[in-house]
Design a binder for this molecule. Structure first.
Ligand code: ATP
Length: 305
C-alpha cells in the first residue's frame, strides 16, 4: 500500500490584525500590529504531514495574486508536490482577515476565493497522481460536489479517504460520504452532522455510533483537551490528550489529522496513529500560529521524550 498522502483541499492566507478595538462605521483607527500566516485546512493538514516526513501531493487552487505565489512557494519549500496547485486566472486567493482584541476575543472572516474553483474535473485531471496515494485527505473549504466526487472516485480506485467535515456545513449529504474510511469531526461538527448533542465523551460516542449505524466505517471524534475517540464496529477506544499549557489552539484539529495520516500510511494502525496525532497536536498548541507552530520530526521526537 502506498505511503503517499493526497490532499484535495483549501489553502488560505490568514491576515491577523491585533487591534485595540473594532473601528466604528466610517472610522479609521491605527492598530498596534499585524501578522500573516499560511493557513487553510487542506494546506495545514498537508504541511503537518510533510513536516513529519510524509510524501504529500496537494490538489488545490490559488488566485492570481501575491498570496497565490506565496502559498505555492511555502508548500514547495516544505517538499509538497504542487504540480496540481494551479492558479485560477482573474481570481483572488482565499484569505481569512482576523481581528484580535487585547482580551483575545477574535472575529474571523473567510473569503474562499480561488478555493471555490476547485472542481470535480480538477480531481479527474490529477487522477493519475492521486492514484499513487495510499490515503486522501478532504475537508469542507472547497465545493461539496468536489468532495463527493473525490470520495466516489477513490472508492472505485480502492483508495482510502479521510474526511474532516470542517467547517461544519448544515447541508452535508451523509449518504454521499459513506465510502470514506474515516470521518474525523470535532464535537461541534459531529453535533451539527447528527443533530445529536456531543458535549461529553459519552454523548459524542452515541452521536458517532449513529453515523456508524448509517454505514460509516470509522468515526474519530476529536475532543479537545479530552483527546480523541475512535468509534467503529467494536467497543469505542478513547485516546487521551497529553497535558500541556495551551498557548494557541488554532489548527489543533489540522495538526492531529496531518500527523494521524503520516503515521497511518506507514503503520495502518488506527489507534497508534491517533495517539501520535494527539501528541503532535498537543505540542503544536503550546506555540502561537498554525503552520508555524507545527513541529518537524526531530523537534517532535524531542517533545515526546
Ligand atoms: P481547531 O478548530 O482549533 O483547529 P478542533 O476543534 O478541530 O481544533 P480539537 O478537538 O479542539 O480540534 O483538537 C484536536 C486535537 O488536538 C484533540 O483531539 C487533542 O488531541 C488535541 N488538543 C486540543 N486541545 C488540547 C488541549 N487543550 N490539551 C491537549 N491536547 C489538545
Amino acid at each position: 500500500m502506498s505511503q503517499r498522502i493526497g490532499v484535495v483541499g483549501s489553502n488560505m492566507v490568514d491576515l491577523i490584525s491585533y487591534i485595540d478595538r473594532m473601528p466604528r462605521a466610517g472610522e479609521t483607527l491605527a492598530a498596534p500590529s499585524f501578522s500573516m500566516g499560511h493557513g487553510g485546512k487542506g494546506a495545514n493538514q498537508a504541511v503537518a504531514a510533510a513536516k513529519l516526513g510524509a510524501e504529500v501531493l496537494m490538489v488545490s487552487r490559488v488566485g492570481e495574486d501575491l498570496f497565490g505565489e506565496g502559498t505555492l512557494r511555502n508548500l514547495g519549500e516544505l517538499g509538497i508536490d504542487t504540480r496540481h496547485v494551479r492558479t485560477v486566472p482573474g481570481q483572488q486567493s482565499g484569505v481569512a482577515p482576523i481581528f484580535v482584541e487585547p482580551s483575545g476575543e477574535n472575529r474571523i472572516l473567510i473569503i474562499k476565493g480561488a478555493n471555490e474553483h476547485l472542481l470535480p474535473a480538477d480531481v479527474d485531471e490529477a487522477a493519475a497522481d492521486l492514484r499513487q496515494c495510499g490515503l486522501i485527505l478532504l475537508q469542507l473549504e472547497v465545493p461539496l460536489e468536489t468532495v463527493y466526487h473525490t470520495i466516489a472516485w477513490a472508492a472505485r480506485e480502492g483508495i482510502e479517504v479521510l474526511l474532516n467535515p470542517a467547517p461544519a456545513v448544515p447541508d452535508l449529504d451523509v449518504s454521499r460520504i459513506l465510502a470514506a474510511s474515516f470521518l474525523v469531526p470535532n464535537q461541534t461538527e459531529l453535533a451539527i452532522l447528527t443533530g445529536m448533542p456531543a458535549d461529553t465523551p459519552e454523548q459524542a460516542e452515541a452521536a458517532a455510533r449513529s453515523l456508524v449505524t448509517r454505514g460509516l466505517k470509522t468515526v474519530i471524534v476529536t475532543l479537545g483537551a479530552e483527546g480523541a475517540l475512535l468509534v467503529s464496529d467494536g467497543p469505542a477506544v478513547h485516546v487521551p490528550s497529553l497535558r500541556v499549557q495551551p498557548h494557541d489552539t488554532t489548527g489543533a484539529g489540522d495538526a492531529f489529522i496531518g500527523a494521524f495520516a503520516q503515521h497511518y500510511v506507514r503503520s495502518r494502525d488506527v489507534a497508534a496513529a491517533m495517539a501520535w496525532g494527539a501528541s503532535y497536536a498537543a505540542d503544536a498548541i503550546t506555540r502561537p500560529g498554525t503552520q508555524k507552530a507545527f513541529a518537524d520530526l526531530t523537534a517532535f521526537r524531542r517533545f515526546r521524550e
